[in-house]
Write a protein that binds this ligand. Structure first.
Ligand code: 8ID
Ligand code: ZN
Ligand code: ZN
Length: 349
């Protein structure tokens, strides 16, 4: 049904901050437990930029095909794969595989397994036309789904959906999304609205303000103009938001969130500015009894639920599609904080 070529186009990271080469490489062969997926579209996550730059203390492989937000079609599989068919739509996530056996995997917390294989980090990812993914972890995408639009769900969607669950909010409560106009933020706003929360969006510039309001944010604070972010957030939310989803790449913004959080609130950490720290006075933390929680992508259940919100039309991924060969330009725009929503690369160009 599908003829699989022996070579394909890919963007290869030779080293941290090294050349980003658009070139021909061999099509990988799936292992017994893997799918071979013809990646049609891949979102470009800020984590891909962090990995290329070497910001994060992760075990990178080089040369590396980056990317971990891929949507495509199953064109092959290893001999142990039983429950996928050729032609199925499949998604490739950051979490390519985990051991499924350790104390964390047993409780559905695969993202903290000690033997993770990570797409676009330790496992060649989605900035290529054909990629392999563990059949247990690959995401199931319903037939007929628009593959360009769904791609951002596979990292940004799953991660922000899980971050909102981690904030343990009630309908009608305030959630601040810090970094709201970016790839993760633009989806966090929509999941939050769909879950019944009130959204205060924080980002920089008038364009981002209009953009986040169009996605359902009730209020917007422009960090480039507001001198007293902590005071402004507390005023709008009458005492601080019940939860904060930190998806900016700013250490300062993350630290502000531990100041404006409401008593008993949850500060959720998602964004990963390299080498940054969050600090809070012990007395204040005890007195306000708030919590700081980290969260890392999501598990298979979070994946299925995040895709289901999208399929039901509750989440619209704001995407701009460009060719895979243009990835170096996309990295420049992400670095400059210029992107509204997500860039998605088309593997055929
Ligand atoms: O599982 C995880 N924890 C996970 C999963 C996926 C991504 C973590 N991440 C991390 C990425 O590695 C990155 O560090 O989340 C972060 C955000 O990823 P993204 O949404 O893909 O990045 P983006 O599109 O560049 O958006 C960042 C936004 O932050 C704003 C920018 O303007 C941009 O819109 N921002 C900045 I930079 N400084 C800000 C500030 N001081 C700010 N917003 C508010 N206040
Ligand atoms: Zn990501
Ligand atoms: Zn495990």
């Amino acid at each position: 049904m599908y003829s699989i070529p022996t070579t394909q186009k890919a963007i290869v990271f030779e080293s941290n901050n090294g050349k980003l080469e658009y070139k021909d490489i061999p099509v990988p062969k799936p292992k017994p437990n893997e799918l071979l997926i013809n990646v049609k579209y891949s979102g470009v996550c800020h984590s891909d930029l962090h990995i290329w730059k070497g910001d994060l203390p992760l075990p990178y492989k080089f040369p590396l095909v980056g990317g971990h937000e891929g949507a495509g079609v199953v064109v092959g599989m290893g001999e142990n794969v039983k429950d996928w068919k050729i032609g199925d739509y499949a998604g490739i996530k950051w979490l390519n595989s985990s051991c499924m056996n350790c104390e964390y995997c047993q409780q559905g917390a695969e993202s903290v397994c000690d033997t993770l294989d990570l797409s676009g980090c330790t496992h060649d990812g989605t900035f290529q036309q054909y990629a392999t993914a563990d059949a247990t972890q690959a995401a199931r995408i319903p037939a007929g789904t628009d593959l360009a639009s769904v791609a951002p769900i596979l990292c940004a969607g799953i991660t922000t959906y899980k971050a909102l669950i981690t904030a343990e909010l009630m309908p009608g409560q305030w959630v601040a999304v810090s970094g709201a106009g970016g790839g993760l933020g633009s989806l966090a706003i929509q999941y939050a609205v769909a879950m019944g929360y009130r959204v205060l969006a924080i980002d920089g510039g008038e364009d981002k303000g209009k953009f986040v309001k169009s996605l359902g944010a009730e209020e917007y604070i422009d960090f480039t103009k507001e001198k007293d972010i902590v005071g402004a957030v507390q005023k709008i939310t009458n005492g601080g938001p019940h939860g904060v989803i930190n998806v900016s790449t700013s250490e300062a913004a993350i630290n502000q969130s531990a100041q404006y959080i409401r008593k008993l609130g949850k500060v959720v950490l998602v964004g990963l500015p390299g080498g940054s720290k969050i600090t809070a006075p012990v007395f204040t933390m005890v007195g306000k009894s708030f919590q700081i929680r980290g969260t890392n992508v999501g598990n298979r259940k979070d994946t299925a639920e995040a895709i289901d919100f999208f399929t039901r039309g509750l989440i619209k991924c704001p995407i701009k599609v460009v060719g895979l060969s243009e990835l170096p330009e996309v990295f420049k725009l992400i670095e400059a904080g210029k992107i509204l929503g997500r860039y998605v690369v088309d593997s055929s160009k």
